[in-house]
Write a protein that binds this ligand. Structure first.
Ligand code: AHR
Length: 481
């Protein structure tokens, strides 16, 4: 038996809704035949976007969607995606899959999708191949008040008189690699140059500098002291990668994946420590704008025709639960996070092809956790009498009179029996619990069996222990006094 103490009012801070953010790059099948099917498609759509995805995505309250990349952002010219004559270009990823970029989805279409699903947009600006003036013009086009500039008038002619809602802008992407292969000090200077002009267009948008790649802290050391106060976010990427086959992994590979996923916490702390060492903790927060598993290609429904498309099992769902718990527990340091990617790709929430669209177990985790958005994270302690210390991942938050407790069982062999106790808070005896679990840790949804993994919600009596199945996830909602 384990004990979970929920300590209130010991608050850790507010969980920024944007921690539950997403990412949709022009890569593989994310956009084309993923979210976008085209206006003339037989697939039910709203102005070209797959209706199924609009409805299901909207239901999990997505707070922010990053676009157009990733690496693709560093070869993107926003002018290619405006107006009637759209050129076909070599995509960043064409060298991998031979697929060129038709530019059917540009700024207006992407923002239409955001409006349809009710999310804000986070644009990644091209700092490798475009001038600061070119990026400034994109911002002018998107953000200037109706009729106020020539570019705002062009936006109106193209169908959107009012400014777009794009409060977040990345100043480059992975500039230590695909984004120009820069050295950190050089990037910091470039970032200041671009951010100066970007900030000059709008003081209201948040600008995020390119941060480090997983454990490569020399980038953090080289950039953080040299950035100026125009950038208020430090984007960091950490993919916990692969451990065996995405569908037929062993118990040992399950555990290895959990260990790799837990490393997210260390990476957050190490980056944060450097930010604090430079006294920037009040002005520069972490933006984990790419995270997730990255399995070998070929397990998705299109069998490898879509670059990086992969199936997503209960293992990916538990990685999601663990990662989101880490973010909640470090919400004082994290401004935003974006799981990579939305559809038909790495750690996806949706798999779609032709007329079919299904959700992965990870989708259900985002649904179960959505009540954390904007809530106050509180302290939790799990005591273990009988097994290894880190087998339960937990976070909890309070919003009004409700507490949401989310748990992941990182063991793929042992169910956990957990009793809950409030410290400093009276928990009402009646609650609700939603469990996402399956007796087979390899379980996943397919085009043929889309409901193999689905959550079940029941009443929960807090005075009795919770049985958290092995490789399972729980979300408990309790009223508090
Ligand atoms: O998400 C796939 C790729 O991973 C992104 O384009 C890039 O930023 C990262 O290396």
């Amino acid at each position: 038996m384990k004990k979970l103490y929920l300590i209130y009012p010991k608050k850790k801070g507010t969980i920024a809704p944007e921690i539950y953010g997403h990412f949709s790059e022009h890569i593989g099948g994310v956009i084309y035949d993923g979210i976008w099917v085209g206006k003339d498609s037989k697939v039910p759509n709203i102005r070209g976007f797959r209706k199924d995805i609009i409805d299901k995505f909207k239901a999990i309250n997505p707070p922010v969607l990053r676009w157009p990349g990733g690496c693709y952002a560093e070869v993107y010219d926003w002018r290619d995606g405006i107006g009637d004559n759209r050129p076909t270009r070599i995509n960043w990823w064409s060298y991998r899959d031979g697929r060129n970029e038709p530019n059917e989805v540009g700024t207006h279409e992407f923002m239409d999708f955001c409006e349809l699903v009710g999310t804000k947009a986070y644009f990644a600006a091209n700092l490798t191949a475009m001038t600061p003036m070119h990026i400034r013009n994109w911002m002018d086009y998107c953000l200037s008040p109706r009729g106020s500039t020539t570019l705002a008038i062009e936006r109106e002619k193209n169908g959107h008189p009012e400014p777009f809602d794009i409060p977040y802008w990345g100043v480059g992407n992975e500039n230590w690699g695909g984004g120009g292969n820069m050295r950190p000090e050089f990037y910091a200077d470039e970032c200041r140059r671009y951010a100066t002009l970007m900030h000059n267009v709008s003081h209201d948008v948040e600008l995020y500098a390119c941060g480090s790649d997983s454990t490569k802290y020399e980038w953090t050391h080289g950039t953080v002291p040299n950035l100026d106060d125009k950038t208020t976010g430090f984007s960091m990427h950490y993919y916990c990668g692969r451990a065996g086959d995405p569908l037929t992994f062993t118990n040992e590979e399950w555990e290895l994946m959990m260990v790799k996923a837990q490393k997210m916490e260390e990476i957050i702390l190490r980056n944060w420590n450097i930010i604090c060492a430079h006294g920037k903790q009040d002005e520069l927060k972490l933006v984990v704008d790419e995270w997730g598993c990255w399995h070998p290609d070929g397990s998705g429904p299109s069998k490898g025709y879509n670059l990086f498309e992969q199936q997503s099992t209960m293992r990916d769902a538990v990685v999601s639960a663990l990662t989101l718990n880490i973010f909640n527990n470090h919400c004082d340091k994290i401004r935003m996070a974006n799981v990579a990617q939305l559809c038909n790709n790495l750690h996806a929430l949706f798999l779609a092809g032709g007329e079919i669209c299904i959700v992965t177990p990870t989708y259900h985790v985002f649904d179960m956790y959505k009540g954390h958005q904007g809530a106050e994270a509180i302290e939790t302690v799990v005591t273990n009498n009988d097994d290894f210390a880190n087998s339960i991942s937990v976070s909890a938050s309070v919003n009004g009179g409700k507490m949401l407790v989310t748990l992941g069982n990182l063991s793929c062999t042992e169910d956990a029996e957990i009793s809950l106790e409030g410290i400093g808070v009276e928990l009402s005896s009646k609650g609700k619990v939603t469990i996402l679990a399956h007796e087979d840790m390899h379980a996943h949804n397919t085009f043929e069996d889309p409901e193999t993994v689905a959550p079940i919600t029941t009443d929960f009596d807090i005075s009795k222990p919770l049985i958290l199945p092995k490789a399972g996830i729980a979300a408990i909602e309790i009223e508090i006094e």
